[in-house]
Design a protein around this ligand. Structure first.
Ligand SMILES: O=C(O)CCC(=O)C(=O)O
Length: 248
């Protein structure tokens, strides 16, 4: 179902939208099974390496595992990426031509799940059109402050901020951000939130004894192109899922 004007206005004002339930409990269960079996296969293939580093309070290495392009690994992930209700919501936010620019699972294990620092997705995906990137972050476990839910700073999605190497955790982070107004976006399993490509967001460690399994699908306007002309195009990992798309 397309979003109401009130919800679109809220997204435009805040840079994010806490959506509520996108998928049914049976589909959550199917996705959890696909997630765990994919992680097990990646471990067997010796391809499971933490995407971030750090130490827990008791000195253990922290871990954040990324499943890149999960739709190429299991049909349940493909189904989610093309879920008609999800695409209706994305269409309400960025228009009728929709391409996936990156699809990833991000797993924070109990107790050792690490940090992903403040960043803007447009740092990676910036394209030649405004308001053309939106990310859907879907929880497969209840996402709470103690297991590493998403945090956002409402209303700070107007400009690109400077990023630098995050020497502690790895990856990139925003150099200077006033996060005094930051809010956690807690979700139940099967619920999702959407954030604008310029919305600063982060996730904190998983200090709980529960998994924190999430899927992030980053969509862009299919008629836009990356500003970075070196950005590689790959039709398998970046499919058009509704309307038209131009390749680059
Ligand atoms: O799942 C996480 O911990 C972080 C995800 C994220 O930063 C993103 O989807 O852009």
């Amino acid at each position: 179902m397309m979003l109401s004007n009130d919800l679109i206005d809220a997204y435009n004002r805040d840079g994010y939208l806490r959506y509520g339930h996108m998928i049914a409990p049976e589909e959550v269960e199917t996705l959890r099974e696909a997630y765990m079996s994919t992680l097990a296969v990646m471990r067997e293939e010796n391809r499971l390496h933490s995407a971030r580093r750090g130490l827990t309070m008791d000195g253990k290495q922290t871990e954040v595992y990324q499943i890149r392009s999960p739709h190429l690994r299991h049909p349940a992930f493909e189904r989610l990426m093309r879920h008609p209700g999800l695409l209706d919501t994305v269409e309400s936010l960025i228009g009728p031509n929709i391409r996936v620019v990156l699809y990833q699972g991000l797993y924070k294990p109990p107790h050792t799940g690490g940090i992903i620092s403040w960043h803007q997705d447009d740092f990676y995906f910036q394209v030649d059109k405004e308001d053309a990137v939106v990310s859907c972050w879907l929880a497969l476990d209840d996402a709470t402050v103690d297991n590493g839910c998403m945090w956002v700073v409402p209303g700070l999605h107007r400009s690109m901020l400077e990023h630098e190497d995050d020497r502690e955790a790895g990856g990139k982070k925003i150099v200077a951000l006033d996060d005094s107004a930051a809010v956690p976006v807690e979700l139940k399993a099967g619920q999702c939130m959407f954030h604008h490509g310029l919305a600063p967001h982060r996730t904190l460690p998983n200090t709980s004894d529960r998994h924190r399994r999430a899927l992030a699908i980053h969509y862009m306007d299919g008629l836009a192109k990356p500003l970075d002309s070196d950005r590689k195009f790959d039709p398998d990992t970046m499919p058009v899922v509704r309307g038209q798309g131009i390749d680059w």
